[in-house]
Structure formats: structure tokens, C-alpha cells
Design a protein around this ligand. Structure first.
Ligand code: 5RP
Length: 233
């Protein structure tokens, strides 16, 4: 069995590969999570070595780490042009579709990934699955108003168990002040259709399904890093 330390080394190796796509003067979307953390630290090293770049953080946690690492952050209340966004994922299927949101930052992550010219995803090999779903529930951000009713509609659509995410004995709140429900789907055979159907339900702010968004997938494996390019279109 792979130890936590081994997995962390694989995440770090993937992150070190990803930052090689960052060029001087770029605006970089900074993902959230234990894999993205390695990428932010590696970018900080590039800044210390003289590279000019600016970051768009996908969470407060990432913003704090980016500042500590010496990365200048852009004003996120204005229009931006993101050259490359780099983020982790909870699951990735053979078509490079993702489940994200384990850390609860899926809304900002999707906005940043969606507006970047290039979206690079970093995973250790345990995140690769033949079909999305199963071992990892699909996170969905919902507004607090009437969340129970929204959850019932999600249950009716997916025929799956929907659980309100908790933290420290209270409902988990996202940075936008919303809630997360985790949907325990056995398998997600048609992620695009599911994403479209979920987006019709009032009260859903965003889903953790990232369909057709990945440009480059970097997988950390015990024997080294594998870089895969998505065929889009
Ligand atoms: C946070 C995310 C993360 O990218 C995802 O949970 C992967 O995290 P980690 O790199 O810690 O495994 O989507 O909302």
C-alpha cells in the first residue's frame, strides 16, 4: 500500500512539472488543496529566483500561502486574464473529466479554471478512476435558503443519497457563505449530461463536475511523472 508520504511525493513531483508551464509575466490561477499547495510553493521559488508573475487564488487558504511565498495577487474584483490555472482534483476519468470540491473550494476553482487559457490538473495516481463516482461523493454547492428542498430535488434526479457536509459539528460553509451537499453516486457514466441536469435545479450554485475543462493532466506515479494532453473538440 502507498504511504501518505509516498503520495505526497507524487503530488509534489506533479506540481514541479506543472510550474514549468509558467512563463515570465503570466497571471496564474492558483488551485486549492494539498497538491496545489506544492505548486504554490514551487511558484514562490520561481518568484524568488526573479520571475515576475501574479496569482489568482481560489481560496483564502491559498491566498495566505501565496502571499507567504512572495507571490503578488491580483485584484479579484476586477476583470482578469488568466494565462494558466493549475489545480488538483479528487477524481479524474479517462476523458480527463473531474470531480472536485473535496476541500469545498469548487466554486472559485471552476470560475478560475473556466477563465484560464490553459487548465493544468495535478493528481497522484490514486485519483485516476475508470468512471467518476463510487468511492468519492460529488460535492455540490447550494445556497442555504431552502437547501433541504434543493437536496430533495438532487435526490430525485440522481436516485442517490445526499448528505449535508459538516465541519466541527456544524454545517460546512463555503467562502461564498453557501453549503455543500455530497452526493453518493455509484457511478457517473455521463458527466456532461449530469452537470447540465443538475444546473437546472434552483438553489444549486455550482457542481464539482469539471467536464471537458482539462487541457493537461499531470499524474504523479511511483516511477515518475506522466504528462497527458487532452484531445478537445
Ligand atoms: C478543493 C479541491 C481539491 O483540488 C481537491 O480536493 C484535491 O485536493 P488534494 O490535492 O488535497 O487531494 O477540489 O476544493
Amino acid at each position: 500500500m502507498t504511504s501518505h508520504q509516498d503520495l505526497d511525493s507524487q503530488k509534489k513531483a506533479a506540481a514541479l512539472q506543472a510550474v514549468e508551464y509558467v512563463r515570465d509575466g503570466m497571471v496564474v490561477g492558483l488551485g486549492t488543496g494539498s497538491t496545489a499547495k506544492h505548486m504554490v510553493i514551487a511558484l514562490g521559488e520561481k518568484v524568488r529566483a526573479g520571475m515576475q508573475l501574479r496569482g489568482v487564488p481560489t481560496s483564502q487558504e491559498t491566498a495566505v500561502l501565496a502571499r507567504q511565498s512572495g507571490i503578488t495577487l491580483i485584484d479579484t474584483d476586477n476583470r482578469w486574464e488568466i494565462d494558466v490555472a493549475i489545480d488538483g482534483a479528487d477524481q479524474v476519468d479517462p476523458g480527463f473529466n473531474l470531480v472536485k470540491g473535496g476541500g469545498g473550494a469548487l466554486l472559485k476553482e471552476k470560475i478560475v479554471a473556466g477563465s484560464a487559457k490553459l487548465f493544468i490538473v495535478l493528481v497522484d495516481q490514486t485519483k485516476q478512476v475508470p468512471v467518476l463516482g463510487g468511492s468519492f461523493p460529488l460535492p455540490i454547492e447550494v445556497i442555504p435558503f431552502g437547501w433541504g428542498s434543493t437536496a430533495r430535488e438532487i435526490e430525485a434526479l440522481t436516485k442517490s443519497r445526499v448528505v449535508l457536509r459538516q465541519r466541527n459539528g456544524a454545517p460546512f460553509k463555503t467562502e461564498a457563505g453557501n453549503l455543500i451537499v455530497d452526493v453518493h453516486l455509484a457511478r457517473i457514466d455521463r458527466p456532461r449530461d449530469l452537470e447540465i441536469a443538475l444546473n437546472q435545479i434552483p438553489g444549486i450554485v455550482e457542481t464539482g463536475l469539471f467536464v471537458g475543462r482539462t487541457d493537461i493532466l499531470i499524474v504523479g506515479r511511483p516511477q515518475g511523472v506522466e504528462t497527458l494532453h487532452a484531445s478537445k473538440g
